[in-house]
Write a protein that binds this ligand. Structure first.
Ligand code: FMN
Length: 163
């Protein structure tokens, strides 16, 4: 098997927070595995670990909300990446509002969209949720403002054990 660290260690993706609500449950986690995956039609995929609480809720969700943060929002990233919904309700510690399809939209996010779950792809220990965007919002424009990236979030220890 190839040593992928020499490759993946070079990557520094923008981080996002993915939230899910279904069956009276709510969850959300910090995600580094995410990208646009189609232009026409526009599609965006987020990859959720099968062990995370967020995955359990997202499995039953019709829509997910995806949020971008700025480096100043490290605390919000640490809440969603460093705590697990198995133990705490993250939504009592941050401001949010109901969005399209019953989604949970984080009010302090720099930008966000809500997407319908079009398909799920088993990628190994993560499942890709391919999203069809239906609503979006942003606090600012594409003004070159830096987003919170993986290199900003390395101090966060994942809140959910990997196995
Ligand atoms: C830098 C960083 C990147 C992460 N990337 C992902 C990811 O791409 N997908 C994922 O499902 N979890 C990812 N996680 C892990 C979850 O955010 C973390 O385990 C979280 O506490 C899970 O919360 P939950 O159990 O409430 O869903 C990442 C965590 C960190 C710190």
């Amino acid at each position: 098997m190839a040593d992928m660290d020499a490759f993946t260690d070079l990557l520094d993706p923008d981080m996002c927070v993915v939230t899910a609500a279904a069956g009276g449950e709510r969850a959300g986690c910090l995600v580094g595995f995410a990208s646009q995956c189609s232009m026409r039609p526009v599609r965006f995929v987020v990859w959720l670990s099968k062990v995370n609480r967020t995955y359990e809720v997202a499995r039953a969700a019709e829509f997910l909300a995806v949020h971008l943060l700025t480096p100043e929002q490290f605390d919000l990233a640490a809440l969603f990446g460093g705590e697990t919904g198995d133990e705490v309700d993250k939504f009592t510690r941050t401001r949010w509002t109901r969005g399209h399809g019953g989604t949970l939209v984080l009010e302090d996010a720099y930008a966000w969209f809500v997407g319908g779950v079009e398909q799920r792809i088993d990628g190994g220990d993560h499942v890709g949720f391919v999203l069809d965007p239906v609503r979006s919002g942003a606090r600012g424009g594409p003004d070159g403002r830096p987003l919170l990236r993986l290199s900003d979030a390395l101090a966060i220890e994942p809140g959910h054990p990997v196995d």
